[in-house]
Design a protein around this ligand. Sequence first.
Ligand code: COA
Length: 193
Amino acid sequence: VPQTESVRWLGADDRDLAAGVRRIVLDVVGKGGAIGWPDGATAGEVDAWFADRLADAAAGRCRFALARDDSGVLQALGRWVRNPNAVWRHNATISQVMTHSDARGRGLARAVMEALIADARAAGIESLVLNVRGNNHGAERLYRSLGFREVGVLRDYVAVGAHRFDLVDYQLILGQPADIVRHGRTAGGPGST
Ligand SMILES: CC(C)(COP(=O)(O)OP(=O)(O)OC[C@H]1O[C@@H](n2cnc3c(N)ncnc32)[C@H](O)[C@@H]1OP(=O)(O)O)[C@@H](O)C(=O)NCCC(=O)NCCS
């Protein structure tokens, strides 16, 4: 999916975006955002994380979207990754969608999500999955508004110190080939016991 005015894709030569990405991630982590970094992060840790994402994007292992505001400042990001398991490869996972706290409520996360969905669809991905901490109701509202449906709950799965939160799984079916045979949970077929 092509880049739009506000959303661009991370490429192998985008090392110079490190400072803009660091600014977003440090802000979100510093304010306790639910992106899997509960104990805070240093600039060096975020830079190492970004270097890994750059390598992933360069190798085609991930599609990493970045959104700018009207002034051209990077303010939001997110990515999708094809599931590695041989029988799950037609699905992908969206993770760590986030917007700098200065730029929330302006549709930037929605723009990132719409780009990720369109891009995964164009890549032939049949379904997208993601998960949300049980108290992240704003994010759930965003995902639901885009068509994601809740498919399960892992109890007390998220630990932040002594606190436990449920993890809520969501899925969005994008498109399936006409010739697939859907078995659902019916007995029979490979793997049946
Ligand atoms: C969740 C988050 C990404 C939303 O970013 P954002 O750029 O402010 O979101 P948008 O402006 O694109 O809002 C899109 C939709 O999300 C929902 N939403 C976002 N924040 C919300 C809030 N605080 N309360 C209720 N709904 C909210 C709304 O449905 C909104 O649509 P609407 O404006 O048409 O009602 C942002 O709050 C964030 O970075 N949080 C910390 C990190 C995080 O939790 N990421 C998600 C991990 S699963």
